[in-house]
Every structure is written in C-alpha cells, then in structure tokens.
Ligand binder design. Structure first.
Ligand SMILES: NC(=O)c1ccc[n+]([C@@H]2O[C@H](COP(=O)([O-])OP(=O)(O)OC[C@H]3O[C@@H](n4cnc5c(N)ncnc54)[C@H](O)[C@@H]3O)[C@@H](O)[C@H]2O)c1
Length: 379
C-alpha cells in the first residue's frame, strides 16, 4: 500500500527514542539522488560532479551495500568544508600509450576521478581490445561495483582496484598498516540479467560495516576485528580503535598489498599506510586507483563468449547441489542485483538517526529535507 511521503525534520537528540533510532524509513532512488545532488551542489560541487557522486552513492544503497551509500555524505562534506577535498576540481587525463592513460584526480571526489578513468579505459578497449588507466590524487570512490557496472553498461569486462587508509595489519603484525582495499572485476553474462560482478574487501568484513554497526548501535561478529589490545571484540567502537582482520589470514593481507602496488605505488599516489582515512578531515586522502577495461570478444565472437558465460552460470547456480542449510547457490553479484530490484520497488531503507544526519547536511546548505515514507510498500 502506498503511503504519503513526509518531510523528515531533524529532532533534538533528547526527544529521540530507541525505537525511533532503529525504525526504518524508506526513500525512493529518485528522491535519494535528488537530495544527494542538492547537498553536493550546496557544498560547491558543479552539477555534473554532484550527479556522478550521487549516482555512485545511491547505486550502493540500491545494491544493499549500505556501508558505501548516501550515509557517506556527511563524511564527504566534512572533507569539503575542511578544504581537504576539492569539490569542483576537474580531473586531467594524460594519454601515455594508445592503451594506457593516467588520470590526476586533483583531489576531487573519487567517483568523479574513477568515472573519468573508466570511460577512458572503455574508449581505449573499444579500439585496442584493452584500456588501462592509473589514477592518482583521488579520494574514496565508494562501492567499486559502480565502476564495474559502468564498464558492463558499455559491454566491457573490467578490473577495478583502489588502495585505502590503514585498517589491517600486515599478516603477523598487530598495528594498522594496510587498507581494507576492495578488489573488483566484472564480465558480461549469458544475458544482461546475469553478469559476473565480484566486489570484495580483503578483510573478513568491510570496515564500513563496523561504522554502520556503530551508527545503528549494533554489535559485530567476534571474528571481524581486534580491539586496541589485540583481543577479539563485538563492540564496533572498540574495533575502530583496533584492527580489522584480513580474510584468509596471510592471503587477505597479501591481496591488500596487491591493491597498494597497483593503485598506490604504480600511480604516484600515497601508499604504504599513507592514505588518509575518509573520516579524518585533517589532510587530503591521496587515494590511488587502477582500472582496466577489456573487450569480451577479443578472442572469439561475442555470441560464443556469452554462451560460455551462460554455461558457467548454469554450472555454478543451477547445477551445483546446495550444501546442508543452503537454499540456493548464487553467482557473484547476484544477491546485490536482487536487492536492487527490490529496493527500486520498495525504496531504500534508512534508520532515523541516518535520516537525521542527512537532514543536518541539508540544513547547512539550505537544501530540502530528504523525502521519506514510513513503509517500504511501494515507493
Ligand atoms: N572504496 C573503498 O575504499 C572501499 C573499502 C572497503 C570496501 N568497499 C566496498 O564495500 C563493499 C562491501 O565489501 P565486502 O567485502 O563486505 O562485500 P561482501 O562480503 O558483501 O561481498 C563480496 C562478494 O561476494 C559476493 N557474495 C556475497 N555473498 C555471496 C553468496 N552467498 N553467494 C555468492 N556470492 C556472494 C558478492 O556478490 C560480492 O561480489 C564493496 O562494494 C566494496 O567496494 C570500498
């Protein structure tokens, strides 16, 4: 049943009950996009930058990657207000060889620098079969799958790497050095409904999930992180004082070093623990990225490639026998696609505290409050 939308007004902290803190409020993708763009423009982002960053954040919320969605806006805006992120800078592209280019983000939003880089990689791949772009002096680009999807929209396979601020120890160490830097890649599927999209942090869980648990007053599983004393903890605040745990022990830590080699060392950006945390507005982040686009029909006709991807999907999803307690086997990216279909129908759920923080951002720049609906029935 459709419910009327309401303008959500910030409330004084004392008036907010625990139930209100966790109650879900639903926002349509279009309203989330319009709201986010307005806040970004209000903070000095040109319209095209605002559209790009908002698309990236809303795409994460639609896919269920709530840790990298519109809730990142306050931390991004704090960086802009502190003068450590240039909301209006235009990335520059230098062609190095016919199939390799470098983007200097000039310290603008990661989504903007990443978007310019992926478009360049795709344009090169269309002519030469492959296009590689290194990005320096960028910022946090949010959910990597947004860039993978941009390549897929152009019919391309891709690799999307980034480095990030220290959160993980090198294997065997106890202090933060390496980033929880996601590794992402994609390929067109047998049809447009079943692409391959892998997008994973090399930790047991992305650090954004700890920030989200802290925001929502929730506990975290004991195998995600250690506290400052090196003990397992279920308290997100204590985990943020300590270290995230790499997935697969030394293998996760090696994958994080791989992200730093390709994104940091190779590009000329910060590396080896020198990228600034996106929640620390004291200095520029200097994030590096590494993007590759590849034509899927380089070695065979596209129809053959797609038929082989269809066969792979069927073998993985339809012919694998589910293990005990598992209802269904999924292809990488498939769960997020299902979430996106559902959220496009019902709206994106946020909790009251998140809506309040977003509306505080809107108030600062005189933008309208975000339009929310009290049930996810049909927004
Ligand atoms: N920009 C940054 O600095 C940064 C840092 C960390 C994380 N991130 C983002 O955080 C997000 C979350 O990362 P994560 O590692 O927590 O992701 P995740 O663990 O939720 O998923 C990782 C991958 O596994 C697949 N998957 C998950 N469950 C599955 C199942 N049951 N069957 C088949 N496949 C399944 C997903 O489709 C995905 O490709 C990513 O989008 C990443 O880009 C960004």
């Amino acid at each position: 049943m459709a419910t009327p939308t309401e303008q959500q007004q910030p409330k004084p902290a004392a008036a907010v009950t625990e139930e209100e803190e966790t109650r879900k409020l639903y926002v349509t993708a279009a309203d989330a996009q319009a709201f986010t763009e307005a806040v970004l423009r209000g903070n000095g982002a040109p319209a095209d930058h605002a559209r790009t960053v908002a698309e990236c954040l809303v795409a994460a919320d639609l896919r269920g990657v709530d840790t990298h969605g519109v809730n990142r806006l306050p931390s991004y805006m704090a960086r802009v207000r502190a003068g450590v992120l240039d909301a209006a800078a235009t990335p520059t592209l230098t062609q190095v060889t016919p199939a390799a280019a470098q983007v200097d983000g000039h310290n603008t939003f990661g989504a903007v620098a990443g978007g310019v880089a992926m478009q360049a990689a795709v344009d090169m791949a269309r002519v030469y079969g492959i296009g590689m772009v290194s990005v320096k002096h960028s910022n946090h680009f949010g959910m990597s799958a947004w860039l993978v999807q941009k390549a897929l929209d152009e019919g391309m396979m891709s690799l999307v790497f980034t480095n990030s601020s220290p959160a993980l120890p090198a294997w065997g160490a106890r202090s933060k050095l390496l980033g929880v830097s996601p590794i992402a890649c994609g390929a067109p599927g047998g049809d447009d409904e079943s692409p391959f999209i892998l997008d994973m942090a090399p930790s047991v869980a992305a650090r954004g999930k700890v920030y989200k648990a802290k925001r929502r007053g929730e506990k975290i599983p004991l195998d995600w992180a250690l506290d400052a004393e090196g003990r397992p903890t279920d308290d997100p605040a204590a985990a943020l004082e300590g270290v995230m745990l790499p997935m697969g022990g030394p293998k996760g830590s090696a994958l994080s070093i791989m992200m730093d080699v390709f994104s940091g060392v190779f590009s000329g950006s910060a590396f080896a623990g020198h990228v600034t945390n996106p929640y620390d507005p004291s200095r520029p982040a200097d994030v590096g990225h590494f993007l590759v686009a590849i034509k899927p029909d380089l070695f065979m006709p596209l129809a053959d490639f797609r038929a082989r991807m269809r066969h792979l999907y069927d073998r993985v999803v339809k012919e694998s026998e589910p293990a005990a307690g598992v209802d269904r086997v999924y292809f990488p990216g498939e769960i997020e696609q299902r979430t996106e279909r559902e959220r496009r129908r019902a709206g994106i759920p946020y909790v009251e505290a998140e809506v309040r923080a977003l509306n505080e951002e809107a108030q600062r720049v005189g933008a309208e409050a975000i339009r929310v609906s009290a049930d996810g029935g049909g927004g």
